[in-house]
Design a protein around this ligand. Structure first.
Ligand code: FES
Length: 153
């Protein structure tokens, strides 16, 4: 980790970066914003950790907890809700045994996120699996996709 942090710090200094560029680099390197990394940058740059976390919690692109190897994003916008998004999400969390209040499986293989309209209402309900959009999703089709992803472990 130390080497990565040092590299990000050098890039920050060379490019006259800002907090967002540091957070983006951390997110790219680790898949989330590790608290230890924020504390390290805080000391190096004499910026309070609260400033980093203030920015990180404002933008949806940053994550404060480790995420799964596979990201499943379920749309919960109105059109998707009407077309059964709830059923799909319930089947997902049940199949993946994601504990209540969590969004990632214990083995860090899957993260399930809910978002509002992703702009593809005509093919609702929509699920995005590892950045690939799947329209007219059903719990059955989703279970097939999960099996495929689990096999590709
Ligand atoms: S509500 Fe789901 S894509 Fe618009």
């Amino acid at each position: 980790m130390q080497e990565t942090l040092q590299r990000i710090l050098e890039e920050y200094r060379q490019n006259e970066g800002n907090l967002i560029t540091i957070l983006q680099s951390l997110e790219a390197a680790f898949g989330y914003i590790p608290e230890d990394a924020v504390n390290w940058f805080s000391e190096q740059l004499d910026i309070p950790p609260a400033k980093f976390f203030g920015v990180a919690t404002f933008y949806a692109q940053f994550h404060l907890k480790p995420r799964g190897r596979n990201i499943i994003t379920a749309c919960c916008g109105t059109a998707c809700h009407v077309k059964g998004a709830e059923r799909i999400i319930n089947s997902l969390t049940r199949e993946l045994q994601i504990p209540s209040g969590e969004d990632t499986t214990e083995d860090k293989e899957f993260t399930v996120e809910k978002v509002n309209c992703v702009g593809a209402c005509s093919i609702a309900p929509v699920v995005i699996i590892n950045k690939e959009v799947h329209g007219k999703m059903t719990p059955e089709r989703l279970m097939k996709e999960l099996k495929r992803l689990k096999k590709g472990k």
